[in-house]
Design a protein around this ligand. Structure first.
Ligand code: ADP
Ligand code: MG
Length: 180
């Protein structure tokens, strides 16, 4: 079971930022920058259609953490742990999971662990996510271009967005309709 739900949903996470990624290199740069900011307990919640670049982002993020070796899509394994980098990386792909199945995996062990968690298709298990996390939704806008819609939840991630100098997304509002 998890006890993350409720509390602070409105207060935190009202801000929405948008970042245009004109090429794969821009995606790599964003992921590497974020990896550089990471400390234990960080959670990056990734969303976006198939082919949007979630796994590409994860590979660059892993490189930014100096994780050795090849980082692949964990679609079939659901969770892959990578040691040997600046911090352990827990790379998850929850696309195939129901909430009940995800709940039984005990993901909070990872979220509360010494490493950094990166979850592809995170909105699928939204109720199981801890309240503090950085949401990134990658939207396909062209063959090589993407729009990253970034929503910080919690002071740590607010500070990250400030540090990155991100611009507020158009139509930023109450922040309660930002999941999709
Ligand atoms: N700006 C970009 N950002 C990320 N990937 C890009 C970009 N432009 C092209 N691509 C390509 O899009 C594909 C994204 O695939 P992948 O990362 O596996 O998507 P997902 O995990 O979201 O299904 C890769 O082949 C990558 O080379
Ligand atoms: Mg993927």
């Amino acid at each position: 079971m998890n006890d993350w739900s409720g509390g602070g949903e409105k207060a935190a996470g009202a801000a929405i930022y948008a970042l245009e990624l004109r090429s794969e290199a821009d995606t790599v740069r964003l992921a590497e920058k974020l990896a550089g900011l990471c400390a234990p307990g960080v959670l990056i919640a990734l969303d976006g259609d198939l082919g949007a670049g979630k796994t590409r982002f994860a590979k660059a993020f892993a490189a930014g953490l100096h994780v050795p070796g090849l980082v692949n899509s964990p679609t079939f394994t659901i969770i892959k742990e990578y040691e040997g980098g600046r911090l352990p990386l827990y790379h998850m792909d929850v696309y195939r999971l129901t909430i009940e199945e995800a709940d039984e995996l005990g993901l909070e062990e990872y979220f509360e662990g010494d490493g950094v968690s990166l979850v592809e298709w995170a909105s699928q298990i939204e109720p199981l996510l801890p309240p503090e996390r950085l949401h990134i939704r990658l939207e396909l806008t062209g063959a090589e271009s993407r729009l990253a819609v970034i929503r910080p939840r919690g002071a740590r991630y607010d500070a990250w967005c400030q540090a990155l100098g991100l611009r507020a997304a158009e139509g930023e509002g109450s922040g309660d309709d930002a999941n999709r």
